[in-house]
Design a protein around this ligand. Structure first.
Ligand code: NAG
Ligand code: NAG
Ligand code: NAG
Ligand code: NAG
Ligand code: NAG
Length: 325
């Protein structure tokens, strides 16, 4: 009787430990690191070698050497003054939920050039002031649908040079200050209308989307229907039409479609283009010279200025030009 009760208790206890605290096999990973550190942002930096937790009065910590395979729950804890933290190229392959605790001033976090494959929900919990996040140069293929939600100060997210094939719906809802999203050099094939519908910017200027060098062949025209103009960089993708995309963008947007698969500008765009204030670049597409002649005829001799937009174009077939309208 007693032994069986003890057994039940033990099973319960072990299960409790496993499920309430994710395992961490490198809890000492930050006891011995090399870093460049600044006590305050304006003060000169110096090199540091030793225990990261002794730097709890510093504002800037740039870890340059270490082996931090797993950013365990609570591993970056109690840095009340820390504003900028870099953990670049230190072999991180996993971030556990709640890895960061008590970092009330952390604004800039860089985890570039590591071995991350997945960004789980909760990875960036407890970083209330986060403004700029670098995750460039990992192997990220999956991002949890709420991992980036509700960051009121988040301005720039760098996810370039990863393995993303798609984005979750509403990935940035509740992050109304997002100015720049860098997704260059991934494996995206479509930009879906569900990606950003709840992006409700509280600022007036443009939002920049860097999507160049993906495999995109389709962009849902309603994707960018918030009130701000966008700077949409879609160079080096696989787009063969501009039509819907052009009509979906707000005034004063810019659209770069250099090095795609456009064969001509459709008539509905040509008709509209004279009065638009959007800037469009379609350089180095397989546009025929006949098509370009047609564009030039349709848009006049370049001396008549109708709007304030600019169309820049050239073709892979050695015809080129620029028209202001
Ligand atoms: C890096 O850390 C991992 C896990 O903590 C360990 O298995 C590995 O041996 C370490 N590598 C080096 C080079 O110290
Ligand atoms: C800290 O790590 C370095 C290599 O990165 C090593 O040479 C040194 O012995 C380590 N120090 C301690 C106290 O473990
Ligand atoms: C990176 O981590 C892996 C284990 O995840 C380990 O085998 C390897 O030695 C680490 N590399 C370095 C450079 O520390
Ligand atoms: C990524 O992990 C592999 C093995 O898992 C390791 O050899 C390599 O050094 C790691 N890369 C970085 C940037 O730490
Ligand atoms: C369009 O291009 C012109 C000339 O390069 C520039 O003056 C203008 O600011 C651009 N408009 C937008 C919306 O970026």
């Amino acid at each position: 009787m007693l032994t069986s009760n003890l057994y039940v208790f033990l099973v319960f206890f072990v299960t409790y430990i496993q499920f309430s605290h994710p395992l961490c096999n490198n809890i000492e990973a930050l006891y011995n690191i090399t870093a460049r550190v600044h006590l305050t942002r304006s003060e000169k930096g110096f090199n540091y070698n030793g225990n990261l937790y002794n730097l709890d009065q510093h504002e800037v910590i740039d870890v340059t050497q270490g082996n931090v395979t797993d950013l365990c729950e609570g591993i970056v804890k109690k840095f009340p003054k820390l504003q900028v933290l870099s953990l670049i190229n230190v072999n991180i392959s996993k971030i556990q939920p709640n890895a960061f605790l008590d970092v009330p001033k952390l604004r800039v976090l860089s985890l570039s050039v590591n071995n991350l494959t997945e960004i789980e929900n909760g990875c960036f919990n407890n970083i209330p002031r986060l403004e700029i996040l670098y995750l460039s140069g990992n192997n990220i293929h999956t991002i949890g649908n709420t991992a980036f939600q509700n960051f009121h100060h988040l301005k720039k997210v760098h996810l370039d040079r990863n393995q993303l094939t798609r984005l979750e719906a509403n990935i940035f809802s509740g992050s109304p200050n997002l100015h720049l999203l860098d997704l260059r050099f991934n494996l995206l094939t479509i930009v879906d209308k569900n990606n950003f519908p709840h992006l409700q910017p509280t600022f007036k200027g443009p939002i920049t989307f860097l999507l160049e060098s993906n495999q995109i062949d389709d962009v849902d025209p309603s994707t960018f229907e918030f009130n701000n103009p966008v700077k949409l960089h879609l160079q080096k993708n696989k787009l063969s039409t501009i039509s819907n995309l052009f009509h979906g963008l707000r005034d004063y947007s810019t659209l770069n479609l250099d090095e795609n698969l456009l064969s001509c500008l459709p008539d509905d765009v040509l008709d509209n283009i004279k009065t638009t204030n959007k800037n469009i670049s379609i350089k180095q597409n397989p546009i025929t010279c006949d098509c370009l002649k047609n564009i030039e005829n349709s848009l006049g001799d370049g001396e008549e200025l109708f709007g304030v937009g600019v169309l820049e174009y050239s073709s892979m077939f050695q015809c080129f030009g620029q028209i202001s309208f």
